[in-house]
Design a protein around this ligand. Structure first.
Ligand SMILES: [Fe+2]
Length: 359
């Protein structure tokens, strides 16, 4: 069922369609009727004065929610305790310091095993994205985060244990090739030149080269390192190959790597991107990711844990009471004053509401 709703510019729901042209004060056409609302369009509409009509497909969302699973009233999130964080970070740190050594692969395998065993013991099926950061140091934190998410997404995809183990090891190793990139390029504040970016784009090749001869990790892991920046539509690097040629691990790492890179503070970017914005950006990247892998990623991440408080665009404060599996941006919430429950995914009167902030 298609439903037309009216809302202000900043409340236009992600994924809805404009029901009319949007013009500037001087009558210049800014957006055409029928444009889908993605992050770019949301950004343009943020300061738009006036009411906008958009259409939303309610039935598909409801149908998808049922197909993707259900509303669940308890989080089963992975918690990495301090000892695990410390051990894995030390492992990655050491591994980077001996990048050229034949022991690198063994250290990576051992480090990923610590993470794998932690996930197995906990029987966690998802992760709260706010709990993920294990260190402020970009490279080491990023490797542990990517490996941790790769394990959970691999689980959600129903991969074999050996593939999940390979995904974790490749997650730990995937950026090893950055040790071959000069520091002044890697940590350059400000924008990279095309030439500098082309050098950075070689890091999957360098990483593959460092690990190519090792007998301690599988071919799957090596291919994952080489292909972690490939995109299913062929716009990735360094090989620019498309979906059918990108291996399982490469596709899996591509999703979790982009997410983690977006939310992590980088030398060339002052502002932090919020997890919710990063997910919206990924949804708007359309064909770059394998749909099944992206869906599995969305199924095992939690943006707003149960019990956390949120401010919605109607200026009221709510408590998260349940998750809609696969839709981390649209949980079930309860008004802190009246107790009224709203399912932000399936209640048709909620479609114009957006989460403004965690409070
Ligand atoms: Fe990378």
């Amino acid at each position: 069922m298609i439903k037309v709703i009216e809302c202000s510019g900043k409340d236009v729901p992600f994924g809805s369609y404009l029901e009319h042209d949007i013009t500037s004060k001087n009558d210049v056409l800014l957006l055409k009727k029928g444009t889908v609302v993605d992050s770019r369009v949301k950004g343009l509409l943020n300061n738009y004065n006036g009411i906008i009509k958009v259409s939303v497909e309610i039935s598909d969302k409801v149908k998808d929610a049922i197909e993707l699973g259900k509303t669940v009233e308890s989080d089963n999130s992975l918690v990495l305790d301090d000892t695990i964080k410390e051990r894995t970070l030390k492992g990655v740190e050491y591994m980077y310091s001996i990048a050229d050594s034949k022991d690198t692969a063994i250290v990576a395998r051992d480090t990923s095993t610590i993470l794998l065993n932690t996930v197995k013991r906990s029987s966690a099926i998802n992760i709260s994205l706010k709990d993920l950061k294990v260190s402020d140091d970009y490279t080491f934190k990023h490797c542990v985060d990517v490996a941790t998410m790769a394990i959970l997404v691999g689980q959600s995809l129903g991969l074999r244990q050996s593939d999940i183990s390979d995904a974790a090891t490749a997650g730990i190793l995937h950026d090893l090739g950055k040790t071959k990139i000069p520091d002044e390029i890697l940590n350059k504040p400000g924008r990279l030149t095309d030439e500098e970016f082309n050098i950075i784009k070689q890091h999957p090749v360098y990483g593959y080269g460092l690990i190519e001869k090792s007998r301690d990790v599988s071919e799957n892991v090596k291919r994952g390192i080489l292909m972690h920046h490939e995109k299913v539509d062929g716009t990735g690097y360094p090989l620019r190959i498309t979906s059918e040629k990108i291996g399982l691990i490469g596709k899996l790492l591509a999703v979790v790597d982009v997410y983690d890179a977006l939310v992590t503070k980088r030398p060339y970017r002052d502002d932090m991107i919020e997890p919710a914005t990063a997910i919206e950006m990924m949804l708007s990247m359309g064909n770059q990711f394998d749909a099944e892998f992206l869906r599995s990623f969305l199924q095992c991440v939690i943006l707003y844990p149960i019990g956390s408080s949120l401010m919605l665009s109607n200026k009221k404060v709510y408590t998260v009471v349940a998750q809609n599996i696969g839709y981390p941006l649209r949980p079930v919430v309860s008004d802190v004053i009246t107790g009224e429950k709203l399912n932000l995914l399936t209640d048709s009167n909620c479609l114009s509401l957006t989460i403004v902030a965690g409070v």
